[in-house]
Design a protein around this ligand. Structure first.
Ligand code: PRP
Ligand code: HPA
Length: 175
């Protein structure tokens, strides 16, 4: 099926907002080290842009989870494909995601990570689709943009593994 991508958030808007959110994190974590956990694959682009703007000490780790589902819907059953390399015990963890949609992936992930005794655990996302949230509420500490219920790509987000490299956020329109 052919698809078209309509720009929702321009590159400049995204960059400006990431800088604002980074400033909030710098303020909130003053005097502490923040341990960024990037959720692969989509979180990579946002994590890099955010991390470059942090002035507090930063350490990083990566995790890959797969939500059993098909097409554009996640199922809520989440499998860890790549676990963290290091312990998070005693660390100030900040999970960095590209998008919170139904909230199922993050609800599951936060429960798992809490059991590993971090000093604190917070969540930062580039995009949030609040309308899509199912049963479990996920507390999001830092959100760059709330967006409507549309399937988006770019800045790490894919459709069928394509469009992750777009420097803006676009809506996929199927023709
Ligand atoms: O709130 P939810 O409905 O659970 O959806 C959000 C999840 O979906 C996306 O990951 P995806 O499974 O597409 O993996 P990817 O980042 O590797 O593309 C996104 O990065 C979140 O992890
Ligand atoms: O809107 C989306 N786009 C790409 N991947 C996603 N995963 C959950 N929601 C989305």
């Amino acid at each position: 099926m052919a698809e078209n991508v309509r720009i929702l958030l321009k590159e400049e808007e995204v960059d400006k907002r990431i800088a604002e959110v980074a400033a909030m994190i710098n303020r909130d974590y003053a005097g502490k080290e923040v341990h960024l956990i990037c959720i692969l694959k989509g979180g990579v682009f946002f994590t890099c842009e955010l991390a470059k703007r942090l002035t507090v000490p930063v350490s990083m780790d990566f995790m890959s989870v797969s939500s059993y589902g098909s097409g554009t819907e996640s199922s809520g059953v989440v499998r860890i494909v790549k676990d963290l390399d290091e312990s998070i015990a005693g660390k100030n963890v900040l999970i960095v995601e590209d998008i919170i949609d139904s909230g199922r992936t993050l609800a599951y992930l936060i429960e798992i990570l809490k059991q590993r005794n971090p000093e604190s655990i917070h969540l930062c996302t580039l995009l949030d689709k609040p309308e899509r949230r199912v049963k479990k509420q996920v507390k999001v500490d830092y959100t760059c943009f709330e967006i409507p219920d549309e399937f988006v790509v770019g800045f790490g987000l894919d459709y069928d593994q394509k469009y992750r490299n777009l420097p803006y956020i676009g809506v996929v329109e199927f023709q």
